[in-house]
Design a protein around this ligand. Structure first.
Ligand SMILES: *Cc1c(COP(=O)(O)O)cnc(C)c1O
Length: 506
């Protein structure tokens, strides 16, 4: 229904200089360069001009135009990456930054970023050192592995392992493990990117040892096992464990060594570099979450630990730093010294290396694991996973009581209710973690509107959960600092939007 444009309106559009004089934009003169302000004002006027030309009837108000220009500058003046409060009950929430760092890790980061550091300097040798040394000993002590390297994230770790050991060769993987992990990480894609030739075996629900055995050729470099992460099949399923893969790989390597043709190319030298041409078959596990402690409190759902996979015979295991481990974003690869040395020499190790902030946080987090009795308490992710429902309930009751004193009578009904939290981060997907939430049922407004208010209008966005017509604040990941009060203030501010100012102040 395009109307004829009212072009007489065009001459009512204000001059850019006039828009810039409006108080809201004038207030930004000291914060933003003139160029940015002028562009924002021009864009706001242009938008209006286009609407007029499109035949829309518009009201021209210079204060509104200045406000629109101001809103355009917010992306420059307001922090985009900022703190939020996680009342969603998802502990390793990838959208909300996964793991909260322990105070020890935060302070380690602060120590090294405000000045110079030993990032690549050895105090002992008074000479150049390696950034790979800061965490390696700790990782080895905690996993029983001989050597380790940490890179940008686990996706990078998988990429690096496949490139170094399987490029130009075959890597055998079960069809049941060809998963997509959030954020478009797909095993087949990483395979082709690293020039490894993927050989799928078994079926979606069942893979047997014989499937791997039949797939092995002279060009097989790797048996790959991928943790299915946030995906689980139940019922008629079967997969092959690390221990069995070890047995299969050993038998195949043995047969290869004994094989006459293999002998001519490989037997002169036993170095791993030479075996690469005639690959020595490795067992590699992409463990995803990578637990360091056996989480007994999850019973049969407990994830295998890195140490268990090494002990079961994996040559290499990789896992994330910021999932179950509870540290910063990183990908850790553990294995024998010979294999890890090859990874350290790969150019990808340089491209995917960790920066000093991450190294500091990772080292401090790992050190906390040296004392397993206190690690669960001191590492927030592990604490949130293991906190008893009753303990979470204490925070729920506190929020409920606070809200009861703050909310206008009759606007809402409050209750502390048993609920289910999730581990997130691809860990423990089948595990219902009992928790408590504060449930708010609305007489004024609605759960949807309140949810939006908490995210968009609160100084620190609050991420809650909606269940039918109620808003749930799961208290499991709400930090016992000031966050309870911040949530209470946010929710009551929402309800006060229904009352006039005078009443609100009363
Ligand atoms: C999460 C995950 C990855 C990716 O790890 P990032 O640290 O997020 O890069 C890879 N593989 C598996 C099995 C995972 O669960």
């Amino acid at each position: 229904m395009a109307n004829k444009p009212d072009t007489t309106q065009l001459k009512n559009l204000p001059q850019i200089e006039e828009v810039l004089k409006q108080p809201i934009l004038a207030s930004l003169q000291d914060t933003l360069p003139q160029k940015q302000l002028t562009e924002a004002a021009r864009a706001a006027v242009d938008t209006l001009r286009k609407r007029i030309l499109a035949g829309e009837s518009v009201t021209i108000d210079i204060a509104d135009i200045a406000q629109a220009a101001y809103n355009r500058t917010l992306s420059l003046t307001q922090p985009s990456l900022r703190r939020v409060i996680n009342a969603s009950g998802v502990i390793i929430h990838t959208n909300l930054g996964r793991s909260v760092l322990a105070p020890e890790a935060v302070s380690a980061v602060n120590q090294v970023i405000a000045g110079y550091s030993t990032l690549e300097y050895s105090v002992q040798n008074m000479a150049r050192g390696s950034r790979h040394n800061h965490c390696e000993k700790l990782i080895c002590a905690l996993t029983g592995a001989e050597a380790a390297i940490a890179v940008n994230n686990n996706a990078a770790a998988v990429m690096m392992v496949l490139s170094e050991f399987a490029a130009g060769h075959e890597a055998v993987v079960s069809r049941g493990e060809l998963v997509e992990i959030g954020g478009s990480f797909r095993i087949p894609d990483i395979m082709s990117l690293s020039h490894a030739q993927m050989v799928e075996v078994g079926t979606t629900n069942k893979t047997h040892p014989i499937d791997y055995e039949r797939a092995i050729t002279n060009n097989t470099a790797m048996l790959l096992k991928v943790h299915p992460s946030n995906y689980r099949m139940i019922g008629f399923t079967e997969s092959v464990g690390i221990h069995e893969l070890r047995t299969i790989a050993d038998a195949a390597n043995h047969a290869r060594d004994a094989n006459a043709t293999a002998a001519t190319t490989c037997a002169q030298s036993d170095t791993i570099a030479n075996r690469a041409q005639c690959p020595h078959m490795l067992v590699y596990e992409d463990q995803g979450s990578g637990a360091f402690m056996h989480m007994d409190f999850f019973g049969e759902y407990a994830e295998p630990t890195v140490a268990e996979s090494i002990a079961a015979g994996a040559d290499l295991v990789s896992f994330s730093g910021d999932k179950l481990l509870g540290g910063p974003q990183a990908g850790i690869i553990v294995g024998s010294k010979a294999l890890i040395d090859r990874l350290k020499a790969n150019p990808l190790a340089r491209a995917l290396r960790l920066d000093k902030m991450t190294l500091a946080a990772l080292e401090a987090t790992l050190r906390l694991y040296l004392q397993p009795e206190t690690a669960a308490e001191r590492i927030p992710t592990v604490r949130m996973l293991s906190e008893t429902p009753d303990s979470v309930r204490t925070r729920a009751v506190k929020l409920e009581n606070r809200l009861a004193t703050l909310l206008p009578a009759g606007d809402a009904k409050l209750a502390v209710v048993p609920e289910i939290s999730r581990a997130g981060g691809g860990a423990l997907p089948m595990c219902d973690i009992d928790t408590y939430a504060v449930e708010i049922t609305f007489s004024k407004g609605s759960a949807q509107a309140c949810d939006e208010y908490l995210v968009r209008q609160c100084p620190v966005p609050i991420i809650a959960r909606i269940k039918q017509d109620a808003l749930l604040c799961d208290m499991r990941c709400v930090l016992p600092t000031d966050e309870i009060e911040e949530i209470a203030q946010g929710i009551s501010a929402y309800f006060f939007t229904f009352h006039d100012k005078a009443k609100g102040d009363a």
